[in-house]
Design a protein around this ligand. Sequence first.
Ligand SMILES: Nc1ncnc2c1ncn2[C@@H]1O[C@H](COP(=O)(O)OP(=O)(O)OP(=O)(O)O)[C@@H](O)[C@H]1O
Ligand SMILES: [Mg+2]
Length: 255
Amino acid sequence: MTRTGSEAAPVLEVRDLCLSFGAIQVARNISFDLSSGDRLALIGPNGAGKTTLINMLTGALKPSSGSARLAGRNLLALKPHERVRAGLGRTYQITSLFRAMTVFENLFIAVSERLGTARNFWRPAWSRGEVCAEVERILETVSLSDVGGERVSDLPYGRQRLVELGLALALRPKVLLLDEPAAGIPHREAEVVQQAVDQLPPDIAVILVEHDMDLVFRFAREILVLVEGAVLRQGTPDEIAADPEVKRIYLGSAA
Ligand SMILES: Nc1ncnc2c1ncn2[C@@H]1O[C@H](COP(=O)(O)OP(=O)(O)OP(=O)(O)O)[C@@H](O)[C@H]1O
Ligand SMILES: [Mg+2]
């Protein structure tokens, strides 16, 4: 089943992705489209294949068949870092070296990298002032303006996740993949991450994997339900909430 969340040309086109681990089929003909600004929540029981799908898109896993196009390019032919450069954003855990630097420094490097100034030191195409202005905008987007000067390692976990989100945004992704962004952090801190997800720039297409149904229904304009590696349903939050089979298989058990 294929649907476009909006009328614009899709930025991500996924067709018939399949993958097996031995005898277990973890992805069965997964197809969907995503357009700029879409907010797609990916839901389904544990082991349904949500993370597997994300990993096939990032390049961590290679599908056995199917296709994926990002802004018209053959995504599956690209290496993981080329996919990032092509506009496929995801968050990474910040390594210890970068955790010792301030939030601002981390974002400064990321923005500079994107603009090419880091390597073209003598003849920067962009001024330091412009990079700083963009860093300030990102800090505002992820609600970190008040801690730009602090070391990442000194921040609570929730806010470290926001830095990771900011770093993903610094690369100006067309599509952003978020796999349980608030997982593993205390409930009190999770809220800041969830708020940041709600406030992501409207032009980016976002895929959010999330188990918390309150968050899913707050975030999503379209929901894709995966069960045993296959798309059970795709629809608006209202359609999914009213779907008897989704209720029986997933929402029922979650409630
Ligand atoms: N490297 C692997 N080798 C073999 N099987 C794997 C591997 N990674 C995942 N699986 C299996 O693939 C299936 C899908 O797992 P996946 O992690 O994608 O589920 P998920 O929907 O993300 O679940 P959760 O909600 O718990 O995060 C599961 O049956 C899992 O056991
Ligand atoms: Mg998962």
